[in-house]
Design a protein around this ligand. Structure first.
Ligand SMILES: N[C@@H](CCC(=O)N[C@@H](CS)C(=O)NCC(=O)O)C(=O)O
Length: 214
């Protein structure tokens, strides 16, 4: 029986991407809590797993891996279950493009610049960094416009089949949708709204909702 461990916390966007991938593949795993933000509680041994101090990291029968892109592609390729990467080279390139976009242009402004600054900090009575919020606000329509163009009238971001691109975007947009102005802008874009409703019904999405929000 193979043993799979994912290290990280359930409220992390990137941990959720890896968890959704495991759920979509029907792979059992253990989530080992590592609170990367509670500096004192990060075990020194975690640095051996992830020297850059990020979550998640992953282990499968002694094989250690970090970086969510590598982890999710490995899970898709090493385990049976529905394929989450298109065979067709152009669709696969599109999926990889979307994952890069999510990493490079979506995560920071929509999750950190808007959700963390306007929702998370407000909950703990901290004022937002208005410069950071302003930059994120400028980027928001570019992010949503590009995603809507990629999705077009498809069921999923790369066509008729769910791929890793959908699993990357869902946890990021889930935090962004907790920002009232983000939710307003998003809900006005019909194809994104329909996609969100579709992915929001999947077991992988529901089962990985951060416990702090359930
Ligand atoms: N490139 C990393 C990014 C992972 C990442 O940024 N994780 C966040 C949590 S969602 C983290 O560990 N943040 C801690 C920090 O930035 O100090 C990956 O793909 O796994």
């Amino acid at each position: 029986m193979s043993k799979i461990t994912l290290f990280g916390t359930d409220d992390s966007v990137y941990v959720r991407i890896a968890r959704m991938t495991l759920h979509e593949k029907g792979v059992d795993y253990e989530l080992m809590p590592i609170d990367i933000f509670a500096v004192d509680s990060v075990p020194a041994s975690y640095v051996d797993r992830q020297p850059f101090g990020k979550i998640p990291s992953f282990e499968h029968d002694g094989f250690r891996l970090y970086e969510t892109g590598a982890i999710t592609r490995y899970i898709d390729e090493a385990f049976p279950g529905p394929r989450l990467q298109p065979e067709d080279p152009r669709r696969r390139a599109r999926m990889n493009q979307l994952i890069s976009i999510a990493d490079a242009y979506i995560y920071r402004p929509l999750v950190w610049g808007l959700y963390v600054e306007l929702v998370s900090k407000a909950a703990s009575g901290e004022p937002p960094d208005q410069r950071w919020v302003g930059e994120a606000r400028e980027k928001m329509p570019v992010c949503l416009g590009a995603l809507s163009d990629f999705l077009a009238d498809s069921l999923w971001f790369c066509g008729d089949g769910l791929t890793l691109a959908d699993l990357y975007l869902a946890p990021m947009l889930d935090y962004f949708l907790l920002v009232p102005e983000g939710a307003d802008a998003f809900r006005k874009i019909e194809n994104l709204r329909t996609w969100r409703d579709r992915i929001g019904r999947r077991e992988s999405f529901l089962a990985t909702c951060p416990l702090t929000r359930s």
